[in-house]
Design a protein around this ligand. Structure first.
Ligand code: SAM
Length: 352
């Protein structure tokens, strides 16, 4: 256990007590452009310059910046002048941090208050802040534009990074037809079509997402190479058809509970033969290189609890190995932390 004095611990405890306000300070400083302005003045900027530029009262600017100082976002040079810190730079300019902040603010923030009931009821009780659905996936295509944008930017930011490293792995076996389970807006399928001129794709997802993927495929001219298969994989009576040379599931199984994952994998199991590789791409909390990655993934689990479906999470690799085994698959190769991404690929085959 880390050594910590009671005073240090008390400070950490207050950071948690007031975290929502400090978070909103970050949101406001980003939204108004105040942090961008402070950053543009390398030698620092006066409170009065900020007041004049943003037409905010001196009271407002000082209140925000005092909180920003406490949060480590700006430093005071003297009573009237501030400079941006490294943390301030990152919350304003780092793409990943920005994607996380927007996701948290637009998608999760209002619902976060329902965490206790969500845990108690095993349901995403925060989701009612966004709409009247059992899971967020049912409502994804109907979310208000800003919320939808933040959800997709969050989802895509992470998977986009992994796809270039995943393509050579998946195409090692030169598949003719790939099933893209939980294919969402079609990004992976489009990446496959671009990577290999002959491959055919079949996207499986809920009807709302299939409509979006189809529209995107039409725009890209891929309708002749991509098939679409609306399906609710929580309904075990809806069977995945045969015909896959490779089955691909990217950032998909984390959307389900352990029991649901086993049901879905068994559905895949009945559709393939023992030669067909199944690739699972996931971000596992227990094999990350950076503390920041583990911290972010653990927080993402709380999004699943309160907003998404109430019963899924970012899994540990050790846990996923057991789930895959229970569904009747062997992991034949693990590709840990591919490229510069946070993702691991598990290549699985049906146990003989
Ligand atoms: C987190 S997204 C991952 C999207 C994409 N594969 C990627 O890597 O970015 C999960 C996808 O699973 C789909 N999904 C969730 N529940 C589903 C269900 N019951 N049946 C079929 N698809 C489902 C969602 O609609 C969504 O497109």
């Amino acid at each position: 256990m880390k050594k910590q004095s009671i005073l240090e611990a008390k400070y950490e405890a207050q950071k948690l007590a007031f975290a929502p306000y400090y978070f909103q300070v970050v949101v406001t400083l980003r939204k108004t452009g105040i942090l961008t302005f402070i950053h543009s003045k390398k030698k620092g900027v006066s409170i009065q310059e900020i007041v004049d530029k943003f037409k905010i009262t001196e009271y407002g600017v000082r209140t925000l910046l005092e909180a920003a100082e406490s949060a480590g976002i700006v430093d005071y040079i003297d009573e009237n002048n501030v400079v941006i810190t490294k943390v301030g730079y990152l919350v304003n300019f780092d793409q990943m941090t920005g994607v996380n902040i927007n996701f948290m603010n637009d998608v999760c923030y209002d619902g976060a208050k329902h965490l206790t009931q969500s845990i108690q009821n095993d349901k995403p009780e925060g989701l009612k802040e966004l709409g009247n659905w059992d899971t967020i996936y049912e409502g994804l295509s109907q979310l208000p534009d800003q919320i939808k944008k933040s959800w997709f930017e969050f989802d895509h930011f992470y998977s986009d990074d992994a796809f270039p490293y995943a393509l050579p792995i998946v195409f090692e076996d030169n598949p003719n037809c790939i099933f893209d389970i939980g294919g969402n807006t079609g990004k992976w399928s489009f990446a496959c079509c671009e990577y290999n001129p002959n491959v055919k794709m079949k996207i499986f997802d809920l009807p709302g997402q299939i409509n979006v993927a189809k529209a995107n495929a039409e725009e890209k001219g891929y309708l002749d190479r991509i098939d679409f298969y609306p399906i609710d994989l929580l309904d075990a009576t809806q069977k995945i058809p045969k015909g896959a040379d490779v089955v691909w599931m990217s950032q998909f199984l984390d959307c389900f509970s352990e029991t649901e994952i086993i049901t879905i994998l068994k559905n895949v199991h009945q559709a393939i033969d023992s030669e067909t590789p199944v690739y699972i791409l996931e971000t596992f909390v227990d094999n990350q290189k950076f503390e920041a990655a583990k911290y972010s993934l653990t927080a993402t689990s709380l999004y699943f609890t309160t907003m998404a479906n109430g019963n899924s999470k970012m899994y540990r690799l050790t846990h996923m190995r057991k789930i895959v085994d229970a569904a009747g698959f062997d992991i034949v190769i693990e590709y840990p932390l591919i490229g510069n991404s946070y993702h691991t690929i598990l290549k699985c085959v049906k146990r003989k």
